[in-house]
Design a protein. Structure first.
Lengths: 154, 436
């Protein structure tokens, strides 16, 4: 099964964490079944990133009240279609729902959330979030390997 | 007895950015109407002062995620005018290709995701995808082609970075362009089919007396060059924008309103204005599509904008193919030398005329920048349209009336985020805000 790890984010401080995890993974040698993509604009770029894969692992910043930098494997139902009123606000969940409505073959979708702190344009990641990158990358690789039917320890 | 009806839309849906509408009708007469743009201003014009002009294409690309090319194009043309840069004909052709990519992407996004739900009385594109899957898939395939063009010349599709003064950082190879040309030729039929589908939808009609404003080029459908003309006699060079139009600050909007200096009147920029004022410059396939929809263009009708966008998708595909067919490899261009001066650029953003004026010093640093985006120019016309619409919606239930107003605003594809760069704090302090 082909799997794509998709880091979602923007250049606003900790909101870039999904992109940073994707960059970290892209620098590593990965099994042929696993590819990595960056997504700065869920609508419509996430739709493109869903092409030709049967499974995806989405990594995005969260704001849930958890300690900054906590990495969570999100359960189905925890991600809502918030703020879907403009093309600027067409979020990850909406884009995914649209893709699934259009018959996107990605049958397996896993979400990883990293709790974000400040989100100011141009700021680097906060220390707590930067420290969480290896853990998030390892979790993404483990989930992607599981979906792809690979042994993540190899 | 006085009968008052107030319609307030707290947050306009399916537009780019944040805005609201306040409409108050008393005894059938509109006594208050405000398209409220409250998205905070971003001060682009101020914070680029003192930066190198060569940074402007990348910085201004950040103004909008939907129409970054328009900001890049108006800016580089303004700088090149200030510095007296002569463009290589192939650079000019590649800029038309690049801009065509943005038109394709932006128009399809608006037609399918923002506008179509109005005609089908659905909440969003996800519902449309359930009921009209093949049309949404077709729109997404076409949009992706626009994206490909942006990536080829801009390096990436979001806030692209490939543009520089005098050209591009990287020129595509002949084989990359040939492959793209093949895809574009195949896409023409898809764009025609999509427009035919839109023509079957119950798109409303609101013909009205509007002054249409667009660029006009001696021989081409306008993109980066031309004179500013109108349906009521304006014929001005780009550097005469200020002598022809003026911007005013209104308390309810963080975007300036533009109006004609001649009579203070509102005007409309965008696809409807371009298709009407440049009908004789359309490519054969776009002209055929317009002829099939001629009844929608008999009088200016903002509700026909969706068809103008569909026609312009065809026009953009043909312009892109033409640029590719004429492409020949050319030598690297010398870096333009800065000089002190003022330059003006006006290009046709997907949403309409985008005017930029820039002043640089002899070392190429920005001394002043002025940006007049299309949404700011269309604001007065949008309010005038809503004023005319109000009597017809008074009898409607609250939700329906609100829906009709929002749909009318969406016909203009307003990019509110783009328009809100202009608030001057001095002016705002000197005027009291009208309470909502």
């Amino acid at each position: 099964m082909r799997v794509r790890v998709i880091g979602v984010g923007s250049a606003f401080g900790d909101d870039a964490v999904g992109l940073a995890v994707a960059e970290l993974l892209a620098r590593r040698p990965l099994p042929a079944q696993i590819t990595v993509a960056r997504c700065e604009r869920p609508m419509p770029d996430l739709l493109d990133a869903l092409d030709e894969v049967e499974g995806i692992v989405l990594i995005d910043a969260t704001r849930s009240g958890a300690p900054i930098g906590s990495v969570r494997h999100l359960r189905a139902g925890e991600v809502t279609r918030a703020n879907a009123t403009s093309s600027h606000g067409f979020g990850v969940a909406s884009a995914l729902l649209l893709a699934q409505t259009l018959g996107c073959p990605a049958a397996r979708v896993e979400w990883i959330g990293i709790e974000a702190g400040p989100r100011r344009l141009g700021d680097p990641l906060s220390a707590a979030v930067a420290d969480a990158l290896p853990e998030a990358a390892a979790l993404a690789l483990r989930l992607a390997s599981e979906i792809a039917g690979l042994d993540a320890r190899r | 007895m006085t009968e008052t009806r107030t319609i307030h839309v707290g947050a306009l849906a399916r537009v780019e950015g944040a805005g609201a509408l306040h409409l108050c009708v008393e005894n059938g007469r509109v006594v208050e109407l405000r398209l409220e743009i409250f998205e905070p201003p971003r001060f682009f014009e101020a914070f680029v002062r003192g930066r190198r002009a060569s940074e402007l294409p990348d910085l201004l690309s950040r103004i909008c995620g939907i129409c970054p090319v328009a900001y890049q194009m108006s800016a580089v043309h303004a700088i090149e005018a200030a510095w007296g840069v002569a463009l290589h004909p192939q650079v000019r052709a590649l800029r038309r290709l690049y801009y065509a990519g943005e038109w394709i992407e932006s128009h399809l996004l608006h037609m399918t995701f923002l506008n179509a739900p109005d005609f089908l009385r659905l909440d969003d594109a996800i519902q449309i995808a359930r009921l009209h899957r093949s049309e949404v898939e077709r729109a997404l395939r076409l949009r992706k082609l626009g994206n490909r063009i942006l990536i080829l010349l801009g390096g990436r599709s979001v806030n692209p970075v490939g543009v520089k003064i005098g050209g591009f950082h990287r020129i595509p190879t002949g084989s990359e362009l040939a492959e793209l040309g093949d895809e574009l030729r195949r896409a023409r039929g898809e764009a025609e089919a999509l427009l035919r589908w839109f023509a079957t939808l119950p798109v409303p009609s609101r013909p009205q007396d509007i002054e249409l404003v667009a660029l006009r080029h001696p021989s081409e459908y306008p993109l980066c060059e031309g004179r500013i003309v109108s349906s009521k006699g304006v014929d001005a060079a780009v550097h005469e924008w200020d002598a022809t139009f003026e911007e005013v600050q209104l308390p309810h909007s963080t975007a300036l309103h533009a109006r004609l200096r001649r009579d203070g009147g509102s005007y409309l920029v965008g696809p409807l204005a371009r298709v009407t004022l440049n009908a004789d410059r359309l490519s054969p396939s776009a002209a055929a599509a317009r002829a099939a929809l001629a009844h929608r263009f008999a009088a200016p009708d903002p509700a026909s904008s969706v068809f103008a966008r569909g026609i312009e998708v065809l026009q953009a595909i043909d312009a892109a193919i033409a640029a590719i067919e004429r492409f020949e490899p050319f030598p690297a261009q010398p870096e333009p030398a800065p000089r002190a001066g003022v330059g003006h650029g006006a290009t046709e953003a997907p949403r309409g005329l985008l005017y930029i004026a820039v002043e640089t010093d002899a070392e190429g640093f920005v001394r002043a920048l002025r940006i007049v985006p299309p949404t700011s120019q269309n604001q007065a016309q949008i309010e005038s349209d809503l004023r005319a619409l109000a009597p017809a919606i008074l009898a409607l239930p609250e939700d329906e009336a609100r829906r009709a107003c929002e749909a009318a605003i969406r016909d203009y594809d307003p990019c509110i985020s783009c328009a809100t760069h202009f608030l001057t704090l001095t002016i705002e302090r000197s005027e009291s805000c009208v309470s909502g």
